[in-house]
Design a binder for this molecule. Structure first.
Ligand SMILES: *[C@@H]1O[C@H](CO)[C@@H](O)[C@H](O)[C@H]1NC(C)=O
Ligand SMILES: *[C@@H]1O[C@H](CO)[C@@H](O)[C@H](O)[C@H]1NC(C)=O
Length: 443
C-alpha cells in the first residue's frame, strides 16, 4: 500500500513522511514479542481435575487464576461485588464494534454489551456484561520467559459467584482458547500480530508446570518440540456442541477427523457414520477438550474399543470404578517408563500412516486399592459427562468422541489456525515431557 502511494503521488515530501512512518513501525516491530508463555498447573482441589493458568489483570495489576478451556469462546472472570477492583476497567457499549465480536445477545439498561459467561465444567451460565481492562503476561523467545508485555483493552465477560462455583481453589474464571475473534488466543494474536498459532502441553503432575505458548516456536522443552510434530487438518462443526450456546451458532471448539480406530494395530469394527460430523445437525465427529478429564465415547464406539482392548490385553477385568467401565487389578499389568504396558489405542487420521497413538501412560488411570482402569468413559451410561449444558432454543448435538485431558497429558499440541491444522506429538516418544520448559526468567 505504501508503494502504491509513492507511485501515484511521486511527491518527495510525501516520500520523507513515508520513510518516517516506516522507521516508526520498524521500531515497534522490534519491541513486539515473538511469542508469549503462560504456565499451566494441574489442580485436583475440585471434583474434576482442572488445568489452571495465571495472567495479571487490572490496575493495579493482580494475578488471576483461570481454568483453561480449549474450546471456550472467551475470557470470563468473576466481577461480582468485591471480586473486581480496577481503575482501568471499561464497559463495552452495545454500539461498539467490540460488542459485535461477541455475537452478543443482549444489552443491559445502561447500553452495555452482554453475553452469558459459562462454566463449561458445570454447565452453569448467567447474565454478564462485557468489559475491557489491561492484561499483562510474559513474552518468550521459546527458551525462557522474557519481558512482560501488556494488552491495554483486553475484552472479557463478567461472571459471578454462581458461575465460578466448582472451579479449582482460587480460580476466578475461565480462559477460552477457541475459534472466536475474542478468545484469549485471538486477542493475543491480534494485539501482537502473531502467526495465528498457539501450543498447549498439559503436565501430568500437580507439582510441576505444563506450558501454553501464543505464537510460533521454537518451543524448548529440553529440545525444540516444534520440530517433532505430526500434522492433521482441523475441521469445523457448523453447530455448537458446547454448554450454553444459541441455536444456529457454529462450534468454536477444535475437531479433528478420526477415520478409524486401531487397538494393537488391529482395526476396531465401528459405525463410520458416527466418526463424521453430520453437517445437517452437528452430530458426530471427534473434538479435543481440556475441561473433560477423560475421553468420552458414544456407546457403540466405547463398547467396540473396550472389547478389542480387553481381548488384546488378555488380563481379567475387575469390578469397575465410576466413571470408568473397564478396570483391572494393578498386579496383572506390567509397567515401564511409558507407563502401564497395555495395547496401544490408535486414532487413524487423514490416512493410514497418520496415527494419534495413545500409550499406557495416557490410556490408563491408577486408582486406590490396586485397581487400574481404562481412562475412557461411556457417553451412553454417563450422559452428563458429555451433555453438560444446553442449547438455547434447540438440543445440543452429541459428539461421538471427546478426547479428554488425561489423554492429552505430556502430548504437545500446536493449533495452527492459519494453516487450519493440528500439530501433535507424544513427548514420551521424545524422552521429554510438558514440565520441561525453563520458567526461570531471562530478564
Ligand atoms: C450408524 O450410525 C448412524 C448414525 O447414528 C445410524 O443412522 C446408522 O443406522 C448406523 N448404522 C448401523 C449399521 O448401525
Ligand atoms: C534456566 O534458565 C536460566 C536463565 O536463562 C539459566 O540460568 C538456567 O541455567 C536454566 N536452567 C536449566 C536447567 O537449563
Amino acid at each position: 500500500m505504501l508503494v502504491e502511494m509513492v507511485v501515484s503521488t511521486k511527491l518527495l515530501t510525501l516520500l520523507s513522511i513515508i520513510s518516517l512512518i516506516i522507521s516508526t513501525s520498524t521500531a515497534q516491530t522490534s519491541l513486539r514479542p515473538k511469542a508469549l508463555v503462560l504456565p499451566i498447573t494441574k489442580d485436583i482441589s475440585s471434583t474434576t481435575p482442572q488445568y489452571v493458568t495465571q495472567i495479571k489483570q487490572r490496575t493495579p495489576l493482580v494475578p488471576i487464576k483461570l481454568t483453561i478451556d480449549l474450546g471456550g469462546g472467551y475470557l470470563w472472570v468473576n466481577c461480582e461485588k468485591g471480586n473486581y477492583v480496577s481503575s482501568t476497567s471499561k464497559p463495552t457499549l452495545c454500539t461498539s464494534s467490540q460488542c459485535s465480536l461477541f455475537a452478543s445477545h443482549g444489552c443491559n439498561s445502561e447500553n452495555i454489551c452482554a453475553r452469558s459467561p459459562t462454566n463449561t465444567i458445570t454447565g452453569v451460565s448467567s447474565y454478564g456484561d462485557i468489559h475491557s481492562d489491561i492484561v499483562s503476561v510474559q513474552s518468550t523467545d521459546g527458551n525462557n520467559p522474557g519481558r512482560v508485555v501488556s494488552v491495554p483493552n483486553f475484552l472479557f465477560i463478567c461472571g459471578s459467584n454462581v458461575v465460578q462455583k466448582d472451579l479449582a481453589k482460587g480460580v476466578k474464571g475461565m480462559a477460552g482458547l477457541g475459534r472466536t475473534k475474542v478468545s484469549i488466543f485471538s486477542q493475543f494474536s491480534s494485539a501482537f500480530s502473531f502467526n495465528r498459532k498457539f501450543a498447549i502441553c498439559l503436565g501430568s503432575s500437580t507439582r510441576s508446570k505444563g506450558v501454553l505458548f501464543f505464537g510460533d516456536g521454537p518451543y524448548n522443552l529440553n529440545m525444540d518440540v516444534s520440530k517433532t510434530l505430526t500434522f492433521t487438518p482441523l475441521v469445523t462443526n457448523p453447530f455448537s456442541t458446547s454448554p450454553s450456546s444459541f441455536l444456529g451458532e457454529p462450534s468454536y471448539e477444535y475437531f479433528i477427523d478420526v477415520k478409524s480406530i486401531r487397538v494393537s494395530g488391529k482395526n476396531v469394527p465401528l459405525n463410520k457414520t458416527l466418526l463424521k460430523i453430520d453437517t445437517k445437525n452437528g452430530v458426530g465427529g471427534t473434538k479435543i477438550s481440556t475441561v473433560n478429564p477423560y475421553t468420552i465415547m458414544e456407546t457403540s464406539i466405547y463398547k467396540a474399543v473396550v472389547d478389542a482392548f480387553v481381548k488384546e490385553l488378555g488380563a481379567p477385568t475387575v469390578e469397575p470404578v465410576a466413571p470408568f467401565g473397564t478396570c483391572f487389578a494393578t498386579k496383572d499389568i506390567s509397567f515401564s517408563r511409558m507407563g502401564p504396558g497395555v495395547p496401544s489405542i490408535d486414532f487413524v487420521l487423514q490416512n493410514e500412516d497418520v496415527l494419534w497413538s495413545i500409550i499406557g501412560a495416557n490410556s490408563m488411570v491408577s486408582l486406590e486399592n490396586d485397581v487400574i482402569c481404562l481412562g475412557f468413559v461411556d457417553a451412553g451410561s454417563n450422559p452428563k459427562a458429555s451433555q453438560v449444558g444446553f442449547v438455547v432454543g434447540g438440543s445440543k448435538p452429541m459428539t461421538s468422541i471427546t478426547i479428554g485431558a488425561h489423554q492429552l497429558e505430556n502430548n504437545f499440541l500446536q493449533f495452527d489456525l492459519a494453516a487450519s491444522r493440528l500439530g501433535f506429538r507424544s513427548l514420551f516418544l521424545e524422552h521429554t515431557n510438558c514440565d520441561n520448559f525453563n520458567f526461570t526468567s531471562s530478564v
